[in-house]
Design a protein around this ligand. Structure first.
Ligand SMILES: Cc1ncc(COP(=O)(O)O)c(C=O)c1O
Length: 406
């Protein structure tokens, strides 16, 4: 059996998820800095085209966060006061807060027993005629069966029309794909499964622009791609009819403001970093998938590592989520032991009803499955700079922590 003391704990440090920035990324950013154009412009457009090609969709619009992308999807759908949006209780606040940002009501649903996501019957039971959209989350990079959810929602006709999807006869399915760039299900890449999908390029995500995000829609959606692209871009830029690059062309100063919008566009400096990382993204995914397999082998018999592959799906291996099972009461001891060994761990997620901002509207007793999942969850470090030696060290430290706790 591996022992943590085989390693020199004084020198081992295992961060949770540092960015993997290479010289080619730095060069790409420096090129933009030297180019004379640093905000949204040609490189953002290139990044959008490369993302769309990668995901197999017609269009991606880059913005400054996944949160902004989720909110833009709701705004494009015309979701607002009087509407309801169903959101899982087991997620990060961004998935739900955007619903309130547009003035609609959040309807939280519990997870399925033993899972980090709700099942489709539970979502259907929460649908009312005021339900305009369902937001589902690809937790850890495992794609939610959003295609099945779309089918199951057929027949649940919302009162009123759905903005840019004005012919749609069911609530829209928006995927919070913050974790799932590159995941696949039934041969479809993340981005093709929900009606809309929002991705995150935050500093700890698989592909990073420091902060950033993108919104896309499935290729077979009945939507005019140009109209939708113009709308989402405009909504991400104050409701302004021209972006900064178009406005600075000689004689082209004039613009209009069509709605009093927010501002969430992605500058070319960040897009350059994203575009550079996307060039080697498949290699990064392969590394992450190998590390997850290493954890699953190393922890077999001790705790359950969330499966990242199945007959119908392959995840983007974003988070190494571990279900501690009977060891759940010792979670903090395990975290402390590993922290002393220089290993950063995390917990994903504290269900929303446990958080101060949500407590006045929701009671955790109504979400027993999410609560139980949370109490037993521990996330181990996972990133493309993690060496085989570090992986062994994390596993050995975890084993040692468990032996001490027992
Ligand atoms: C599930 C989930 N959704 C949304 C977000 C928000 O992403 P961003 O920081 O890009 O807005 C995060 C960020 O961690 C997340 O984990």
């Amino acid at each position: 059996m591996l022992r943590a003391r085989r390693f020199d704990a004084a020198v081992m440090k295992v961060p949770f998820s540092p960015p993997d920035i290479r010289q080619e990324d730095i060069d790409a950013v420096v090129d933009v800095l030297r180019s004379g154009w640093i905000t949204t412009g040609p490189v953002s457009r290139q990044f959008e085209a490369a993302l769309a090609a990668y995901m197999g969709v017609h269009q991606a619009v880059t913005v400054n966060s996944c949160t902004a992308a989720l909110e833009l999807a709701l705004r494009a759908l015309g979701v607002g006061p009087g509407d309801e949006v169903i959101v899982p209780a087991y997620t990060y606040t961004a998935s739900a807060a955007v619903v309130e940002h547009v003035g609609a009501q959040v309807v939280l649903v519990d997870t399925a027993p033993g899972e980090y996501r709700p099942d489709i019957p539970t979502i259907l039971a929460a649908v009312t005629e005021r339900t305009k959209a369902v937001i589902v989350v690809d937790i850890a990079g495992v794609p939610f069966p959003a295609d099945d959810l779309r089918t199951a929602l057929e027949g649940s006709r919302p009162a009123g029309r759905l903005g840019v999807l004005d012919r749609m006869e069911r609530p829209a399915v928006i995927v919070d794909g913050a974790h799932s760039l590159g995941a696949t299900r039934k041969g479809m890449r993340a981005g093709q499964l929900g009606d809309f999908t929002a991705f995150s390029f935050h500093a700890v995500k698989n592909l990073t622009t420091g902060e950033g995000g993108a919104l896309c829609w499935r290729p077979d959606l009945e939507i005019d791609d140009d109209v939708a692209t113009r709308l989402v871009r405009r909504l991400s830029l104050h409701g302004q009819t021209k972006d900064a690059l178009a406005k600075t062309q000689a004689g082209q100063w004039e613009y209009d403001i069509i709605e009093r919008g927010y501002k969430s566009n992605m500058p070319d400096i960040l897009a350059a970093l994203g575009l550079s990382q996307l060039g080697r993204y498949d290699e990064m995914l392969a590394t992450r998938r190998g590390l997850i397999a290493g954890y699953a082998d190393g922890l077999a018999g001790l705790a359950t590592v969330l499966p990242h592959a199945g007959t119908e799906f392959l995840s983007s291996a974003h988070l190494a989520m571990v279900d501690l099972g009977a060891l759940a009461p010792h979670r903090q001891q395990i975290i402390n032991h590993m922290a002393e060994a220089g290993i950063s761990t995390n917990v994903h997620y504290k269900p929303l009803p446990l958080l101060t901002a949500y407590r006045s509207n929701f009671d955790i007793v109504d979400f027993p499955n999410a609560h139980a999942q949370y109490l037993a969850e521990l996330t181990l470090p996972l990133h493309t700079l993690l060496t085989d030696e570090s992986l062994e060290y994390v596993i050995a430290s975890f084993r040692e922590a468990v032996e001490r706790a027992a």
